[in-house]
Design a protein around this ligand. Structure first.
Ligand code: TXA
Ligand code: MG
Length: 349
């Protein structure tokens, strides 16, 4: 299959191209498109065959449910068995935006889309291309991140093409995404809303909107022995080809330790990659050194993480050492992804 790749200007969306993409969705096909978090791989959420195509293209386990993307709040009522009061308050505060809500589903949503669960994940994205595609298709769009299962989520259309070119009919290229890590997921089917995946919308922000909120203990630490509730959070995601080790501590001690480890590895003929920051990159002596951005700018750190992990796959590092990025606001979301990529290998110095 030849994959059409269309560049679309997010500030002046070319509706002709969007209509062509919408036609593919209506006919049960797949279109990759940008959202404000990461690129998604979209299909008609109410067409079981279309959902199956998503799983096949990604190589995704069929028990890992998809997020249904909508363009107006009224569509939540069309697919939810009941819309809890919190959903309205959260939508007022954060939709369109990087928040996914889990609610009880009704019969309008096929089990193929929800991995057999009786709940459904719903999000109204903010990206103008995503919203235009949903509206023009006249459908609800099921979309996981547009990567091959197990690879980092795509933050550029080139990442989507690297994973899926030849397997899907169309990629809408809207340039680099704004946030760079996937949406926050909040489960509204329990007594107290539960965060199943941390993201740009933090626990503090959610509490302000709905009062009490808790975080799924399954995502807080690797060795808690508690299974995360979101099926996708149980898999070892985002694993780079090289071994990845996070080194945590005071800045100077981290630099010293990473340089010591680097010297030892290089003496064994190993090629060493390092993930540092604008402030520290010059102090390292690895073979490939990448700065994730300034430590003062946590939004840049979130936005660059997946691209940097992908870049290391290209240049054949044997081992990668990364600084830790437990930044004040998005630190939990960033470290959740980084630690998963590292298989929870952390050295504290
Ligand atoms: O930012 C995002 O959310 C991106 C963009 C494309 O919208 N999408 C995304 O989708 O990250 P995906 O499929 O990569 O991650 C969806 C996560 C998985 O961990 C999945 O297990 C969880 O949401 N999920 C979906 N439906 C669920 C449900 N009914 N109950 C619990 N977890 C659910
Ligand atoms: Mg994903």
């Amino acid at each position: 299959m030849r994959t059409k790749i269309y560049k679309i200007n997010s500030d002046a969306v070319d509706l002709g191209r969007i209509r062509e993409a919408a036609e593919i969705i209506r006919n049960g096909g797949l279109v990759a498109f940008p959202t404000e978090t990461v690129y998604g791989l979209g299909a008609d959420a109410q067409n079981p065959d279309a959902s199956r195509k998503i799983y096949a293209a990604k190589g995704r386990p069929s028990d890992n449910p998809l997020i249904v993307h909508i363009s107006r709040f009224a569509d939540l009522r069309r697919i939810a068995e009941e819309v809890p009061g919190e959903a309205e308050r959260l939508a007022d505060a954060f939709w369109p935006g990087p928040l996914t809500m889990i609610v009880k589903k009704n019969a309008a949503v096929p089990c193929e889309t929800t991995g057999g669960l009786d709940t459904v994940a719903v999000r109204m994205p903010k990206h103008p291309i995503a919203l235009a595609l949903i509206r023009e298709s006249g459908r609800l769009i099921a979309a996981p991140s547009a990567n091959t299962s197990g690879r980092p989520s795509p933050t550029l259309a080139a990442h989507v093409a690297a994973d899926l070119e030849g397997r899907i009919p169309m990629i809408l290229d809207g340039g680099e995404v704004g946030i760079g890590i996937e949406s926050t997921i909040i489960d509204l089917t329990e007594e107290i809303p539960v965060i199943l995946r941390p993201g740009y919308i933090t626990e503090a922000m959610l509490k302000k909107a709905v009062g009490t909120v808790r975080t799924d203990p399954g995502i807080l630490s690797a060795d808690s022995g508690i299974r995360p509730k979101a099926p996708g959070m149980r898999y070892r995601h985002y694993a780079p080809k090289a071994e990845l080790v996070v080194v945590d501590g005071e800045r100077e001690a981290v630099i010293q330790r990473i340089n010591d480890l680097t010297e030892r590895m290089q003496a064994h003929g190993k090629r060493v990659g390092i993930i540092g920051t604008d402030e520290t990159a010059a102090a390292y002596r690895g073979d490939v050194i990448r700065s994730i951005g300034s430590r003062e700018d946590e939004e840049a750190i979130a936005k660059h993480l997946y691209r940097i992990l992908r870049e290391f796959d290209e240049d054949q590092a044997d081992i990668i050492y990364s600084e830790s990025f437990a930044t004040p606001r998005m630190g939990q979301a960033i470290m959740n992804r980084l630690l998963k990529a590292a298989g929870h290998q952390v050295l504290s110095v």
